[in-house]
Ligand binder design. Structure first.
Ligand SMILES: [Zn+2]
Length: 92
């Protein structure tokens, strides 16, 4: 008997969500950018998530000037995202 699994995003969504941060930060290669944008164009869920994360990135970049500890800040944000049930790694 298999246990009832919680709702999981499709693998392609998990992939996009995982790369979204780097994408918004302009740190992915052009091929990945194309793949991500293609997915965002047809996936409403990921589009909403991208918009949400983009707000955070925008906030972060405005904070970066004041916060030298950007790595720590990112950890905090990722923690918030996880607690919100978003950006899960799909582990297990
Ligand atoms: Zn998606």
């Amino acid at each position: 008997m298999e246990p009832v699994s919680p709702p999981q995003p499709p693998p392609e969504c998990a992939q996009v969500v995982r790369q979204l941060w780097e994408y918004l930060d302009g740190r992915v290669d052009p091929e990945s950018v194309a793949a991500i944008e293609e997915h965002l164009a047809e996936c409403e869920g990921c589009r909403a998530f991208a918009a949400f994360e983009k707000r955070i990135v925008t906030t972060l970049s405005s904070l970066r000037g004041r916060h030298s500890d950007a790595g720590r800040l990112r950890e905090d944000v990722l923690k918030v995202l996880r607690e919100a049930g978003m950006g899960r790694d799909g582990g297990a």
